[in-house]
Design a protein around this ligand. Sequence first.
Ligand code: DGL
Length: 270
Amino acid sequence: MDQRPVGVFDSGVGGLTAVRELRKLLPSENIIYFGDSSRVPYGGRSAEILLKYARQDVHFLRSFDIKAILVACGTVSTTCLPVLRQENDLPILGVVEPACRRAAAVTKKRRVGLIATAASVRSGAYERCIAAIDPAVEVIAKACPLFVPLVENGRYKLGDVVIETVAREYLEPLRQTGIDTLILGCTHYPLLTEVIGRVMGSGVTLINAGAEAARALQETLQSGDMLAAEQVGDATLYASDQPSDFGVMASRFLQEELKKPVLPVDIDRY
Ligand code: DGL
């Protein structure tokens, strides 16, 4: 048993979709979440800047006595994970490998789609990871940069003409490639499950990368005998800018009311 908290970080509120899954799977765990709201979005940035930000995010989380880190951010997972793992002596999990393992197991046609930020698609991380699992599986990737700002502005529900138009524009060409599995490789996309599902049709299985990563973390904690003892786990949220606005959006991503205020962090100190 290990009562230390788990650290989770993202460029902003989006990573709370993974925290939601984590809390369902591991309700006894205490979670420290950092959202880098002063520098969001990460999705269009260069690999060098992303590594600088990710190191600071990890440094902040490690100022607590944490037992593991979940990199909920798709963009950091695709661009920085090997370096972060090399530099830190605790388990660090990202979203790429768990999502690829699931996609490779699910696809029958061996054609998997990936939607994510521009930086994630540019990295080629999903193609490399799936090739290592099953070289016969083809990955067809598409960056969807308008999804994040639309979701953050509340335009994510079925029936919203703006998000439905953008979704059709991004996804229709992907649907026509004949994929039967689609990885949602960005924190915000689980909120678009219904909209995306409507365009892709019922023959395409959607993989929630954050949920797969939460399951992988559960396995890691179980196999390392690092699970917390049975208790009601708590989540403490930190943000690097406008913590009260962050809190309002956070409850939408977590789909629950926050029990305590979001705390401010000066991330430049880390
Ligand atoms: N959290 C980012 C990701 O999952 C999306 C938002 C951003 O671009 O910062 O890739």
